[in-house]
Ligand binder design. Structure first.
Ligand code: FES
Length: 108
């Protein structure tokens, strides 16, 4: 189990699944939000604004849009209200999540 998850809380986790975060395999558990799985495995940063300011989990209930990432190729997905699924792909989002914004941020 990843060190980013609470242990010994007495609750059972869902079935272990595997997701890809920026192309790297990561563990997740059914019933977890995508945001929770990403933060457990990779830290708090979920996206960057177009000015490269980091953003992450804030409201946790689908209102603020600070947690948006590209999920299964769909930009602007609110990861705090999206549940993991085996084989799901998750990418950190830059700006609006378009290819042009990603290229601008990475200089190519
Ligand atoms: S953390 Fe606010 S919409 Fe997800």
């Amino acid at each position: 189990m990843s060190s980013g998850r609470v242990a010994g809380h007495g609750l059972e986790r869902g079935r272990r699944v595997e997701i890809l975060i920026d192309g790297e395999p990561a563990e997740a558990y059914e019933g977890e939000s995508v945001a929770a799985a990403v933060m457990a495995g990779r830290g708090l940063g979920l996206r960057q604004t177009g000015d490269a300011d980091p953003r992450g989990y804030y409201c946790g209930m689908g209102v603020c849009f600070d947690c948006v990432m590209v999920v299964d190729g769909v930009p602007q997905t609110r990861t705090c209200v999206t549940w993991v699924r085996d084989g799901m792909t998750v990418e950190h989002q830059v700006g609006s999540g378009t290819a042009a914004d990603a290229e601008a941020a990475h200089g190519h």
